[in-house]
Ligand binder design. Structure first.
Ligand code: ZN
Length: 296
């Protein structure tokens, strides 16, 4: 009898222990599930918040971009109206720079008068790189004239001339991040000096550079500051007599070293232009090309 009671008691103890163990396991599982659920909830909340933030930022970005585009469009419209009401357009262009003695002086005059111009640049030293950066910062167009200006090198063939544009294009890109597509041939597209080195080269070049996406600009007003003009008065006379109403006037000038006559004439030329009702613009890829007759 006692044996049976003991056995029953032991059996009861085992059952209790088993129930206790099962309960503990259930409680542990509940705790684990609980913790995981809380963690998941937190992670989801963080994810949703990040998503919301990203969406808000995107909306903001689009709004800023739209505003910027609208502002640009308004500016373009305003400039177009000004051009339509103007006597004509003047594009001041400066070749053969940059130089430490001329470029900063010219830049300061342009800045002072609130006028944008175009610089057709040649290969420059590390010291002169600052002027290219300044031209960009102050809103001018940096265009390509050539790595070299030496006709015998440039016009050996169409390939050497194209390579000459590519090399200066690379240097400008390194300095400014701008891939300029606006070019001016050394001597202009009408030059005959290239005939000495490669007959027919200009005829080949004008087609090839255009096919490559370049836009080349000659000029229809020559200040003659690289030629016969000796004084600032000569420059003033050449420019003001060359500019014609009702058209795009592309004025050839130079910012090579020590070109004082041009620096000295520039402010008066601008005053004259404004008084006559002209607007001053920089050349862009949208500007209609002003081209010479090709003679080689
Ligand atoms: Zn030149």
């Amino acid at each position: 009898m006692e044996y049976y009671v003991r056995r029953r008691k032991r059996k009861l103890n085992y059952r209790h222990m088993l129930i206790a163990i099962i309960m503990i396991i259930i409680i542990l599982l509940l705790i684990i599930f609980g913790v995981v659920a809380v963690q998941n909830h937190k992670a989801e909340k963080i994810r949703l918040e990040a998503q919301k933030k990203a969406e808000e930022e995107e909306i903001m970005r689009i709004a800023i971009e739209t505003q910027k585009k609208e502002e640009e469009e308004r500016q373009r419209q305003k400039e177009k109206e000004e051009e339509e009401n103007a006597t004509g357009i003047i594009y001041l262009t400066f070749d053969d720079g940059p130089s430490a003695s001329s470029t900063p002086v010219i830049l300061d005059i342009l800045k002072n008068r609130g006028i944008k111009a175009t610089f057709f640049v040649l290969h420059y030293s590390d010291e002169n790189e600052q002027y290219i950066k300044k031209e960009k910062e102050e809103g001018h167009t940096i265009a390509l004239h050539g790595y070299s200006h030496t006709y015998s090198e440039v016009y050996q063939s169409a390939d050497t001339c194209i390579e000459n544009f590519k090399k200066i294009g690379d240097q400008v890109y390194q300095t400014t991040g701008i891939q300029s597509k606006i070019i001016r041939f050394p001597g202009g597209s009408s030059n005959v000096i290239s005939k000495k080195y490669c007959p027919g080269v200009m005829t080949e070049l004008v087609t090839r550079v255009t096919d490559m996406g370049y836009r080349y600009f000659d000029w229809n007003v020559d200040s003659d500051d690289a030629g016969h003009a000796k004084t600032s008065q000569d420059i003033y006379n050449n420019v003001t007599s060359g500019i014609k109403p009702g058209r795009s006037n592309v004025v050839l000038m130079h910012d090579f070293a020590g070109n004082h006559k041009t620096m000295d004439a520039l402010d008066s030329v601008i005053t004259w232009g404004l008084e006559q009702g002209y607007v001053f613009r920089r050349i862009t890829e949208e500007t209609p090309m002003v081209k010479h007759h090709v003679n080689n």
